[in-house]
Design a protein around this ligand. Sequence first.
Ligand SMILES: [Zn+2]
Length: 201
Amino acid sequence: MQDLIRQLLAELGEDPSREGLLDTPKRVEKALKFLTSGYDADIDRVLNDALFTVDYSEMVIVKDIDFYSLCEHHLLPFFGKCHIAYIPADRVIGLSKIPRLVDVFSRRLQIQERLTNQIADTIRDKITPLGVAVVMEATHLCMSMRGVEKQNSFAVTSAMQGVFRNNARTRMEFLELIKLRGAVPGLRDTASAGLACVAED
Ligand SMILES: [Zn+2]
């Protein structure tokens, strides 16, 4: 990988042998391996013994989970907040494992919709809740840094399953709870309905 990064630097018009860039290939390799470490993660190991049987059927919400991912179209970051809710049928996931679950799928080359769905699908598959909801709000550097229209650099995506899909009151309860805080000022006004990074350019 380091040879490729040296080649890339040269293609960009840089001198890979100048002092400031000497260790860059090594650093970039290390950074990229970390940022894509989700491919190697075994979800069952991540959730390792953190699935519990409970007699509890109220909504469980974990909100404002920070996440950082890489857009698969431009290899540039998109990042923001993830909010997750589910209503247990008979099992719950240890709360500390939920941000780890978000990391596993974020640390891959992604598009925001797929990332959102993968998190929801995994929770559905692992604990078969009555419903699961995932909302992700993110800034896409591939849009904002390249000067593509500002209103498209924010995207909000959601995955609603089970009672969150079928029951408007449950869905609204969740959406109200995540609106209380954590949102970037103005985000909800400017958020695009679809995904920001769909452009082929
Ligand atoms: Zn992109």
